[in-house]
Every structure is written in structure tokens, then in C-alpha cells.
Write a protein that binds this ligand. Structure first.
Ligand SMILES: NC(=O)c1ccc[n+]([C@@H]2O[C@H](COP(=O)([O-])OP(=O)(O)OC[C@H]3O[C@@H](n4cnc5c(N)ncnc54)[C@H](OP(=O)(O)O)[C@@H]3O)[C@@H](O)[C@H]2O)c1
Length: 264
């Protein structure tokens, strides 16, 4: 169970139905637990079932149209709809080697996982939100949307840029219908995936995990606060943005990166 270093209002999300994609690890898990602890009825989805999970869990591969259709059908069947949709799943599995190392399959995987999964789930849940004139959608993008790295993640960076642009346009369309749409763009956050990467780099380079973490930070040009972010810090931002405390925050893209992006 996730521990949060701050007090949580245990009733703030009471009566709100929340779906967090990829809520079994990393940031998604922290967001799911944060909102569950605040009284929300939660649901999540991932390819592999977690050992422990609050609320409804739907096993599905979100990178396919069949996977997202299964999620929409199950959630609507079980909960009747969703009030808050947090499109968190994303990532890159592409090999290193730069732009020429990326195959059509690498590009398709990145676009399907980081862009189309959100597009398809939004399309599935928006009609219910529009009927109720109430809903909140959050997209988890990345600072790579405007600080693209090319060694292994150019397709990922491009897909996240598309996700951020899509999110902004969707906000313009959905605001008048009572639905708030925002984006969070994290920098280096020490999640399950990031810890695994640090350990892999440490083994590969024959150095300590601390040295491998430093090298990763340097590859981003450094992190002014001197450390990666934590999943619970992203969860707190997500909780704020999806709460009624942020009723006039709409079409925004919040960077949470310890100061990594060097420009305004
Ligand atoms: N960590 C960072 O430094 C960082 C920085 C910027 C942006 N982000 C973004 O933040 C989001 C969360 O990243 P994270 O680091 O927290 O990831 P993570 O620790 O790797 O967790 C990813 C979650 O998504 C699920 N998932 C992955 N692929 C899936 C698929 N095809 N279908 C269904 N579920 C899938 C995973 O479960 P299964 O493996 O069981 O499917 C897991 O629950 C992503 O959009 C990522 O791009 C992360």
C-alpha cells in the first residue's frame, strides 16, 4: 500500500468514479491509491494483475483497440460510467540507435501506447460525461514532448507531443460541455520502470545505482533540485487537478520535473 507524506482529506472524492490506466505500478499506482484514500471509487487496468489492488481491475493491453474496448465495456457495465479518467499508461520499449534504429513496429507501438490508448478511452467515456455535463480527463505526457531525446525515445517523444496537442484541442471542444481536460508532463520520476532502468544501467556500466542515477540526470542536462521526482508528488498534483479545487484549470499542461526543462 502506498504511503503519502501529507494528510489526505478522506472524503474529497467521495461519490466520484475514477479510472486510472496503468494503476498497478509507478505513478499510476500512486495516483490510484491517492484518490482511493480520498474516498473515490476506483478502477484500473494493466496487462498483468497486481497482488493487491483497491477497486475494480481489468486486465487488458491498452495498445490495442480490442483492449480499450474491453476496458470501456467493463467499466460502464460495472460502474455505470466514469467521472474522472486518468490516462497514465505510456512508455517506450524501442531499441537504442537513434532515428534510424526505429522500425515501423517501434513507431506503431509508441503511437498506440502513448497516444491512441488515450484517444480511444476518451472516445469511449466522453459520451457519458457529455450526457451528465460533468467529467474530468487527465493525460500523462512527458517533458520529452518539448525536450526530445533521440537515442532510444524519439518515437515516444513524438507520441507525447501529439498527446499534449490532442489534449489541448480536446479541452477547447469539451470545456463548454462541462468537461475539464488537462495534462501533466513529468520529468524523471523514480517509478518502478525508472528504478529498473537505473539497476540495469548500473550492472551494464559496472557502477553503483547512485552513479547510474546521476548519469541519467546528467543525460537530461541535470535536475536543479538535485533528485528525480517521486510518484507520490505526481499523485498529489493529479489529485489537485482532478479535484473541485481546480475547477477553472482547463486546457493546461503542468510540468513536474524539478526544473529540468531549461527554458520558459
Ligand atoms: N517515470 C518517468 O520518469 C516518466 C517521465 C515522464 C513521463 N512518464 C510517463 O508517466 C506515465 C507512467 O509512467 P511510469 O514510469 O509510472 O510507468 P511504470 O512504472 O512502467 O508503470 C506502467 C503501468 O502501465 C501498465 N502498462 C504498461 N503498458 C501497458 C499496456 N500496453 N497495456 C496496459 N497497461 C500497460 C503497467 O502494467 P503492466 O506492465 O502489467 O501492463 C503499469 O501498471 C507514462 O505515460 C510515462 O510515459 C514517466
Amino acid at each position: 500500500m502506498h504511503k503519502f507524506p501529507y494528510e489526505i482529506d478522506q472524503t474529497e472524492f467521495k461519490g466520484r468514479r475514477v479510472l486510472v490506466t496503468g494503476g498497478t505500478k509507478g505513478m499510476g499506482q500512486a495516483i490510484l491509491h491517492r484518490l482511493h484514500n480520498a474516498g473515490a471509487t476506483v478502477a484500473s487496468t494493466a496487462r498483468s494483475a497486481p497482488v493487491e489492488h483497491p477497486g475494480l481491475f481489468i486486465p487488458a493491453d491498452i495498445s490495442t483497440a480490442e483492449g480499450t474496448a474491453k476496458i470501456v465495456d467493463t467499466v460502464i457495465g460495472e460502474l455505470g460510467g466514469i467521472d474522472i479518467l486518468i490516462n497514465n499508461v505510456g512508455g517506450s520499449v524501442a531499441p537504442g540507435g537513434g532515428a534510424l534504429g526505429l522500425s515501423d513496429e517501434d513507431w506503431a507501438y509508441s503511437l498506440n501506447t502513448n497516444l491512441m490508448a488515450a484517444v480511444r478511452l476518451d472516445r469511449g467515456f466522453l459520451p457519458g460525461m457529455i450526457d451528465r455535463q460533468d467529467g474530468v480527463i487527465l493525460h500523462i505526457s512527458s517533458i520529452q514532448r518539448r525536450l526530445p531525446l533521440f537515442e532510444a525515445t524519439l518515437a515516444y517523444a513524438s507520441a507525447k507531443a501529439a498527446l499534449s496537442t490532442y489534449s489541448k484541442g480536446l479541452a477547447k471542444e469539451m470545456g463548454p460541455k462541462g468537461i475539464r481536460v488537462n495534462t501533466i508532463s513529468p520529468g524523471f520520476i523514480e517509478t518502478t520502470a525508472a528504478t529498473n532502468l537505473i539497476n540495469r544501467l548500473a550492472t551494464q556500466d559496472g557502477c553503483s545505482a547512485d552513479e547510474a542515477r546521476d548519469k541519467l540526470m546528467q543525460s537530461l542536462g541535470g535536475i536543479p533540485i538535485g533528485r528525480p521526482g517521486r510518484p507520490d508528488e505526481v499523485a498529489e498534483l493529479a489529485a489537485f487537478l482532478t479535484s473541485n479545487r481546480a475547477m477553472s484549470i482547463h486546457g493546461a499542461d503542468y510540468t513536474i520535473d524539478g526544473g529540468t526543462v531549461p527554458t520558459v
